[in-house]
Design a protein. Structure first.
Length: 226
């Protein structure tokens, strides 16, 4: 059973310009519902007891809308990061919230969360499960663009010969906190590459919907799913 979900929702959404001047990116509305609604609805459907939205930019809006809200078997909490510290810093400051059977997901990316694969996966001590998706749009130089799976483990692929990339969905246990350090800022750049090189990261391929709403093009793309 997944016990806890952490949603990373502290970014400024600067690429969207005026759209995020007064509204945090995860709260942009589709059919009169915030984008975050479509993520949280999946978590509630699967009765995840504790859902934490980790915020910074315009935290008060998240708090007013979601903090201490109880829906079915799930209760939602909003936690503010006082100073933006990147994904690793946010998780480090929230490590007390991580229990065994925790998922971490981005608050600006829509996916059909593969709950059945997660629930049936035997996650061993000091390991992490992450998902890879086909890379159709991204050409950045992030370290986690060119990846592959070998014997259920994530590996780096040299010369960008893989078309798979990090989905941004993680399944982990409390012992993952041992890898968190105060000096780290990026989960993708500072922590995951080290764990991948030590063969500590399991991997599964994801074939479903994947829409990062960080661009206006993808905002329009998500409309048909809302």
């Amino acid at each position: 059973m997944i016990k806890t979900a952490l949603i990373l929702a502290g970014g400024f959404g600067t690429r969207l310009g005026e759209l995020t001047k007064n509204t945090p990116k995860p709260l942009i509305e589709f059919n009169k519902k915030p984008f975050l609604h479509y993520i949280i609805s999946q978590l509630i459907k699967h009765r995840i007891p504790k859902i934490y939205i980790l915020t910074h930019y315009k935290h008060y809006i998240f708090k007013k809308k979601y903090h201490l809200k109880k829906i079915g078997k799930s209760k939602i909490f909003c936690k503010k990061e006082m100073i933006p510290l990147g994904t690793a810093g946010t998780i480090y400051n929230s490590k007390k919230l991580i229990s065994n059977n925790t998922i971490i997901i981005n608050g600006d990316t829509y996916i059909d969360i593969p709950f059945e694969k997660i629930k049936t996966f035997n996650l061993k001590k000091n390991k992490l499960l992450m998902f890879l998706v086909k890379n159709k749009n991204y050409k950045s130089n992030k370290k986690l663009i060119s990846l592959n799976i070998k014997n259920k483990k994530i590996i780096f692929v040299k010369n960008n010969k893989s078309n798979l990339m990090n989905l941004g969905l993680y399944y982990l246990n409390k012992d993952f906190c041992d890898y968190l350090k105060k000096k780290y800022r990026s989960l993708e750049d500072d922590i995951l590459p080290k764990l991948i090189n030590k063969n500590l990261v399991y991997g599964l391929k994801y074939n479903g919907v994947f829409i990062d709403i960080g661009t206006k093009k993808n905002l329009n793309k998500f409309k048909k799913y809302s």
